[in-house]
Design a protein around this ligand. Structure first.
Ligand code: DO4
Ligand code: MG
Length: 282
């Protein structure tokens, strides 16, 4: 089941039918057994035509968020550990990443308030004071206020590698700025937890030419998804639930940096594709 947030409503897609709901986002999604709740909801609503739903989604799609905080996990894949160790070699912080990869406690950091999040087909920004910028494709969990993983979306944890590499204490500046997070296109609510062979792909286009493309699977993650959710909820409450990006599994080669006009497309099995154009903040 897919839940799309659009201007003035919500579109629910279930078993090839689409439903237009006028529920409040936070109230709709912050549920135990969200799949069951939405299935029952759909049964009581008249469906709309596929064409009408497609038109509404194409025209007025918003990021699938209202009052949820966005958090992120780091160094959950070997590829991320390697990249971080390389970029921080000169600062002497390479060991930090090695240690956190092996440690019992995961790295979790605050990523974004809802108003800084870009949705599908909206712009993401790179920092003007950063010389090395990358997208980070991340399976993103929707966790309800009781700490239960109820859904998933595709996330882009836009990052400055030059700022983070200069000093690990600059992490918040490398990670948190306007439009440094993208989520979408929908909240995916499957009946069962997503399988480990779920594929994450990322392609980057410059002047209509593909300049990077790679894919991997969630099974390569060092930690389990419930383990990440558990640590996040240990001493934090989230009244409306929250989003948790689960760490990047793909990193472009070290000589690659994003430029304004680049298009980043992140595809995750079941969820769909999150596409964003890169820009500087106007
Ligand atoms: O350790 C810094 C950030 C790591 C991160 O964002 C990732 O691994 O995805
Ligand atoms: Mg990341």
């Amino acid at each position: 089941m897919k839940v799309y947030k659009i201007t003035g409503g919500i579109i629910l897609q279930h078993e090839s039918k689409s439903y237009l709901l006028n529920d409040e986002w936070d109230d709709l999604i912050n549920r135990d057994n969200l799949y069951q709740y939405l299935t029952e909801k759909a049964a009581g609503v008249k469906y709309i035509s596929v064409e009408n739903a497609a038109e509404l989604i194409a025209g007025t799609l918003l990021p699938p968020i209202s009052r949820q905080e966005v958090w992120a996990a780091g160094v959950t894949y070997l590829r991320s550990r390697e990249a971080r160790m390389e970029e921080s070699a000169d600062s002497g912080a390479a060991d930090l990443y090695d240690k956190v990869y092996e440690a019992e406690r995961p790295e979790l950091f605050f990523k974004s308030l809802p108003h800084r999040v870009a949705g599908h087909n909206q712009q993401v920004y790179i920092r003007r004071d950063s010389s090395w910028n990358v997208p980070e494709p991340e399976l993103t969990l929707f966790i309800n206020s009781k700490g239960s993983i109820e859904g998933y979306t595709a996330g882009n944890d836009m990052s400055s590698r030059s700022i983070e590499g200069e000093n690990a204490l600059y992490l918040p500046q490398a990670k948190i700025y306007e439009r440094s997070a993208a989520l979408g296109p929908c909240l995916y609510v499957p009946e069962e937890p997503i399988p480990p062979d779920t594929t994450i792909k990322m392609s980057i286009y410059r002047n209509d030419q593909q300049v990077y493309s790679d894919e991997t699977s969630v099974s390569r993650m060092k930690r389990s998804l419930p383990e990440l959710a558990h640590y996040l909820f240990l001493e934090c409450d989230f009244a409306h639930g929250c989003y948790l990006m689960t760490g990047t599994c793909l990193v472009p080669p070290n000589d690659f940096t994003l430029q304004p006009g680049d298009v980043v497309s992140i595809g995750i099995t079941g969820i769909g594709e999150l596409t964003n154009t890169v820009s500087y903040k106007p």
